[in-house]
Design a binder for this molecule. Structure first.
Ligand SMILES: Cc1cc2nc3c(=O)[nH]c(=O)nc-3n(C[C@H](O)[C@H](O)[C@H](O)COP(=O)(O)O)c2cc1C
Length: 313
């Protein structure tokens, strides 16, 4: 006879936002979810984080916009998106039927734009939270990224929090010298949760033609190559702030996801892996369940931040 399996509790909370399980999709790698509906049981996911939305539609950068690198990829999509109006009219009707949490990633050129986006999305049925992408240049302040100056990141966070009652997740850029200072600034400014990391800035050159491989010359590096950097930053941030942390960066298997949970992440997002294995998210959920059973745990929350210091050698 099969042994009776103890019921497992995979639920987690990102401040006011409760998730059925800790597995989310990463912005820009899962479209507006409809693109993956025939490949992934969306109602099994903790939630989807949709492609970054700006006030006006953006065409993005000219091609080539994506290039494969050892253990990863570089992209310079340029935050192409349909704009907030068309997102609400054309994309939200499907997203409301997903059966999982819907988190909208937002981006702006100015602090005001972040505030306007948050206000516009607030009253829309079916949106469960906002993820604020601060890895964007502040056009009014000479192009310095919001995500690299703690005071600017705090100002964006405060503005978005004032503009909405939705849970606010602030997504950090890894392209800084002190990630903990950034995390503390947004936590003190009222963020409900922090997600990290966005892509690392990189470059690829074709030696034969002596040209850059991306039309934009530089782009964002993602995939397994960035996992150790992401894991280190998640551990540092989770140890330093009192709010929940979402781990992102090179997660493609349950083991990857579990490493982030052990480092202190309450939830994780799967990005580049969706491109080479669309089943990754559901496989990760099943793999976390197996791990909990093997470890004799009944709740995923029991392993969050349970890293044992000292090596296993
Ligand atoms: C093609 C592509 C598009 C992306 N677009 C966005 C975006 O619109 N907003 C955002 O915050 N992050 C965006 N990202 C970053 C991912 O959400 C994620 O933070 C990053 O890729 C690291 O995770 P990964 O290694 O699992 O892909 C994008 C990444 C890729 C590869």
């Amino acid at each position: 006879m099969e042994p009776v399996k103890a019921p497992l509790d995979l639920s987690v909370s990102l401040g006011p936002l409760a998730l059925a399980n800790p597995v989310l999709t990463a912005s820009g790698t899962f479209g507006y979810a409809a693109e993956f509906a025939s490949l992934v049981a969306l109602d099994r996911l903790g939630g989807v984080v949709v492609k970054g939305i700006s006030l006006a539609p953006r065409p993005g950068n000219p091609p080539p916009r994506v290039v494969e690198t050892p253990c990863g990829m570089l992209n310079a999509i340029g935050l192409e998106n349909v704009g907030v109006k068309r997102f609400i009219s054309d994309k939200m009707p499907f997203l409301r039927t997903c059966g999982c949490r819907v988190i909208v990633n937002i981006l702006g050129d100015s602090i005001d734009e972040y505030g306007m986006l948050a206000r516009e999305l607030s009253g829309v049925p079916g949106i469960d939270g906002l993820e604020v992408n601060i890895s964007c240049p502040n056009v009014k302040k000479g192009g310095v990224a919001f995500g690299t100056v703690p005071e600017m990141a705090a100002a964006v966070t405060r503005t978005v929090k004032q503009a909405t009652g939705l849970p606010v997740i602030v997504k950090l850029s890894p392209n800084v010298s002190d990630i903990v200072a950034m995390a503390r600034a947004v936590a003190e400014a009222g963020a409900d949760a922090i997600s990290l990391i966005n892509t690392l800035i990189g470059m690829a050159i074709d030696a034969r033609t002596r040209r850059p491989k991306l039309a934009n010359v530089i782009g964002g590096l993602s995939g397994p190559a960035i996992k150790p950097v992401a894991l280190r930053m998640v551990w540092q941030v989770a140890s330093a702030v009192p709010i929940p942390v979402i781990g992102i960066g090179g997660i493609g298997t349950a083991e990857d996801a579990i490493e982030f949970l052990l480092a202190g992440a309450t939830a994780i997002e799967v990005g580049t892996a969706n491109f080479y294995n669309p089943a990754a998210t559901c496989q990760i959920i099943a793999g976390i369940e197996n791990y909990l059973r093997q470890q004799g745990e009944t709740s995923v929350r029991a392993i969050v931040g349970s890293l044992r210091l000292g090596t296993s050698l």
